[in-house]
Design a protein around this ligand. Structure first.
Ligand SMILES: Cc1cc2nc3c(=O)[nH]c(=O)nc-3n(C[C@H](O)[C@H](O)[C@H](O)COP(=O)(O)OP(=O)(O)OC[C@H]3O[C@@H](n4cnc5c(N)ncnc54)[C@H](O)[C@@H]3O)c2cc1C
Length: 856
């Protein structure tokens, strides 16, 4: 065993071996994987080996597609077979709602280069004759699905990594990790200490314990998971013989089961409601290649539905039941990337679908470690996406909720109840008393909308406009016509101070820093010229700046700030979290209202648009920004939590004469739409350049040599490839939710949005005739679903909804820049729940296009 290496990867499951392979492939050959036992000694060996490309997050779906494509490569390099069976698979819908869900997934696939297809239950039955198709209303076919040998695949990664020069040390547990003053690590193992620049936690079932070695409680929990294998079935053998093919994979949402052929029988797994965590506090180090006792009673309700839906399986004898643990994060996606607050400590854990995601995780992480950037939009998997609130008990409740809902529909207006309320502001009870429907905003209870008196404050979940539509409309109209108040405690807030604070921010931000008492809006980009933040910054004093940003990105941004911080202590950063809370008032009467509560002149000239002041509001010390996300005349008022009730009461009392209403986060988001304002992580993400994001006026290339300036200058000189644009949509009773494809009637080629993968498994129709699931062989332009006559998919929606004061359905999204700028290109359609609705680009904000109201 070497004593010094560039990086140590802890854990020889499929994920650790993939990370090792990708690091070596990227040129870091001086890397070592340390495994406490043999390879695949965690959850990898007993996996069912299924893989697929679909994921609720399109960016994770892309990485899954990469994983599947990788298997041929590692087989070739290693000479080890993964026993790949690319059978294709179907997802079965038993209700119209589930069919809507499949339509959404299918629509997303269009610009992701996926080749899914909506098919009838009879077509599905032709590929999996054990089902009773009368239980279903429709299905979606995905050619890029199948199964493999989990151990063989893990070994293939490891052999390929070794061929590239990586070292693997077996039967050697890492017992401790200690950081050196220079940021490098001493990896203490049973066989001695290895010094490494970087450490990667791929500990799978023990990832939590490895996190604890460095003082981090990772939000990950193992759950028991069962699947059963049947005895050989004559129906399966007969099907194979008569068609010359294997049966496909089937996912049945209603039964919460997945099933596929395994040898001459069937494998059937469940995600049961009565799920059970495994080792909820500590994972025993002596757990090895062993299985957990099966518990058929627990999965009986799923089996009952499964046998009804797939009567062919009920008749078969059960040969074996596998019960094994594997890990999940709160939302079911992996935890990948550098851990904020630590140097060179990386995570690739909570990978619940190692054989769909392991390759993509390895690629993203190795890019990040070697080149400083994951190279993809990995927010959906970023270890920084959860805050301190995601502790052991919170994680336990949320992971159980996620597991039990794995095959449930998550509606766009659906808030999930587990582990709530976790964090509350002092106004929580008041908001409940006001009939607020609360939502979870990065662990904080936040009012979403207010139900009318006498009505239950509860969302009716739906893909269509729902019971919040009317009340949100009222909140918006009253705010636009008079004045409204809302809680904004869920924004991120930071203070940057010290003699070098201004230089520091100038280096990080694309816009100039404000003068004392003024505010600027500014994006932040990385060295590659991609958007990694969008902030409101006020200069509060000579060496002191207040910063507001996206709540969910707090750890992500702190990680970046800390990385850029000068080592000499000349800049300090403080993240307030919930030690600073806020209220926003907006609307034409907001100044009259605020004037009643303050003892200073806040007339137009005395307190201008984009001014910042510290002043007492209702007697409480506050910071006030003359700016709001509503795009109206308005103010953001920030105070310590101890004063929040006082200020709110003062606003409510003084507001009565002006017709003040409470409004929630959904009304705020509706109002920002009609101003064409973008949101972070929807419109602005690290896959877009600042000009693509239409943030041109905030990019001051001439100001100084800020991070990413060169790349931004190049983007501007060459012209952005994409453009963020806003649309008005002729919607019916459903508005866009995000991720819908944008179609255009185009007479010329404006550039393909995404290349299709170019391969797929065969499928066959009810007559047993083969149909190619993928038309890739006929050329990219013929790929199913991207072209329809003169129409083609040209982009995707990032967010949208109903803009209540202008009474229009709106969407924002990305299309090729040449198309956005071509005035002769007029006709667009946006696909909402399978129906293509006419849409037109809308350049000027429909509400107050000149910005006069907010400047008044
Ligand atoms: C019953 C079942 C069915 C499944 N079916 C599928 C499926 O069909 N498709 C799919 O994609 N996924 C499936 N999974 C999930 C899949 O198994 C996991 O996604 C995958 O195994 C995760 O791999 P990993 O490398 O992250 O973790 P693990 O496989 O748990 O590997 C972690 C490794 O780290 C080692 N280690 C831990 N701590 C230390 C230490 N301190 N020092 C040295 N070594 C250490 C362990 O010994 C272990 O070998 C299934 C899981 C189960 C249980």
């Amino acid at each position: 065993m070497k004593s010094h290496v560039k990086a140590v990867v802890i854990g020889g499951g499929v994920v650790g071996c993939s990370v090792l392979y990708h690091l070596a492939k990227a040129g870091w050959t001086d890397v070592m994987l340390i495994e406490r036992s043999e390879l695949t000694s965690g959850s990898s060996w007993h996996a069912a080996g299924g893989f697929h490309t679909l994921n609720g997050d399109p960016n994770v779906a892309k990485l899954q597609a990469y994983t599947v494509q990788l298997y041929k490569e590692i087989e070739e390099i290693s000479g080890q077979s993964c026993s790949l069976h690319l059978t294709g698979g179907v997802m079965m819908a038993d209700t119209p709602e589930r069919m809507d869900f499949l339509r959404l997934a299918h629509a997303k696939g269009r610009y992701l280069g996926m080749d899914t297809e909506l098919i009838t239950p009879s077509e599905a039955k032709a590929m999996f004759p054990l089902m009773d198709e009368t239980n279903f209303v429709g299905a979606m076919w995905d050619p890029v699905e199948g199964h493999l040998d989990p151990s063989g695949t893990t070994i293939a990664y490891s052999k390929a990594a070794k061929k590239l020069g990586a070292e693997i040390v077996l039967r050697n547990r890492v017992v401790d990790l200690t950081q050196q003053p220079d940021g490098t690590w001493n990896v203490v193992t049973e066989q001695g200490t290895v010094h490494a620049e970087h450490v990667v936690n791929c500990g799978g079932l023990w990832a939590r314990e490895i996190g604890r070695m460095v003082g981090v409680e990772l939000p990950v929990l193992a759950m028991e998971h069962m699947y059963l294998l049947t005895e050989p079935m004559p129906e399966v053998e007969e099907f194979n013989k008569s068609t010359g093919r294997e049966m496909i994979g089937v996912l049945d949402f209603k039964g919460e089961i997945y099933t596929r052929q395994e040898r001459n029988g069937i494998l059937l797994g469940t995600y049961e409601k009565a799920c059970k965590p495994w080792s909820p506090v500590n994972t025993p180090w002596d757990f090895g290649h062993e299985l957990l006792p099966p518990d058929l009673d627990r999965i009986a309700p799923s089996l009952e539905i499964g046998f009804k839906h797939f009567p062919g399986i009920e008749k078969a004898g059960i040969k074996q039941i596998i019960n094994g643990p594997f890990t999940f994060a709160l939302d079911g996606n992996p935890l990948v990337g550098p851990v904020q607050g630590l140097t060179n400590f990386w995570c690739a854990c909570a990978v619940m679908a190692g054989f769909s995601q392991g390759g993509g995780v390895g690629l993203a992480l190795s890019n990040w470690m070697v080149h400083g950037d994951p190279g993809f939009d990995v927010w959906g998997m970023d270890v920084a996406r959860f805050g301190e609130w995601a502790g052991l008990r919170y994680t336990n409740a949320k992971v159980r909720e996620n597991y039990s809902r794995r095959f449930s529909i998550r509606f766009p207006n659906e808030e999930l109840p587990a582990a709530r309320p976790a964090q509350t502001t002092p106004l929580y009870d008041t908001m409940l008393a006001n009939n607020a429907v609360m939502g979870d905003s990065w662990g904080l209870e936040t009012p979403l909308w207010f139900a009318p008196k006498g009505k239950e404050p509860k969302d009716i979940v739906s893909f269509h406009r729902s019971n919040d539509f009317g009340p949100i409309g009222e909140e918006v109209r009253a705010t636009r016509e008079k004045v409204g108040v809302t809680e904004i405690a869920n924004f991120a807030k930071y203070e940057v101070s010290g003699p070098a604070a201004e230089d520091f921010l100038n280096r990080l931000m694309t816009n100039r820093m404000p003068k004392i008492g003024r505010i600027v809006l500014t994006p932040m980009i990385n060295e590659f010229g991609k958007l990694i933040g969008d902030f409101t910054i006020a200069k509060a004093g000579e060496d002191r700046f207040m910063i507001w940003g996206s709540s969910a990105a707090q750890k992500y941004h702190m990680r970046w700030f800390e990385k850029q911080l000068p080592k000499d202590g000349s800049v300090r950063i403080h993240r307030f979290d919930q030690t600073l809370v806020g209220l926003s008032i907006a609307g034409p009467k907001s100044r009259d209202l605020l004037q009643k509560l303050v003892d200073v002149d806040i007339s137009t000239k005395a307190f201008r648009f984009m001014d910042f002041r510290e002043m007492a509001v209702g007697g409480a010390p506050c910071m006030v920004n003359r700016i709001t996300y509503t795009g109206d005349l308005g103010y953001e008022i920030w105070m310590a939590p101890t004063y929040q009730r006082l200020v709110y009461k003062a606003i409510k009392d003084a507001g009565e004469e002006f017709g003040l209403v409470d409004f929630g986060m959904r009304a705020l988001l509706s109002m920002r739409l009609e101003k064409n304002f973008p949101t972070w992580y929807r419109e602005l993400r690290p896959i877009y350049g600042p000009f693509e994001g239409s943030m041109d006026r905030f990019i001051k290339l001439e100001k100084n040599d800020f991070i990413g300036r060169e790349a931004a200058a190049k983007e501007q000189a060459e012209g952005p490839k994409l453009r963020r644009v806003s649309f008005i949509v002729d919607a019916a009773d459903a508005d866009v939710m995000g991720d819908e494809p944008i179609w255009a009637k185009v007479s010329k080629d404006y550039g393909t949005v995404e290349k299709p993968h170019g391969y797929g498994a065969p499928r066959f129709d009810t007559a047993g005739k083969e149909v190619r699931g993928s038309k890739a062989a006929e050329g990219a332009s013929a790929v199913r679903g991207i072209v329809d006559g003169d129409w083609r998919v040209v982009g995707w929606v990032t967010s949208g909804g109903y803009a209540h004061s202008v009474q229009k359905s709106m969407a924002q999204g990305y299309v090729p820049a040449a198309l956005a700028e071509d005035e002769s290109a007029g006709l667009f359609e946006i696909e909402i729940l399978g129906h293509r609705r006419p849409a037109r680009i809308n350049i000027e904000a429909p509400f107050d296009p000149s910005g006069e109201k907010m400047r008044t």
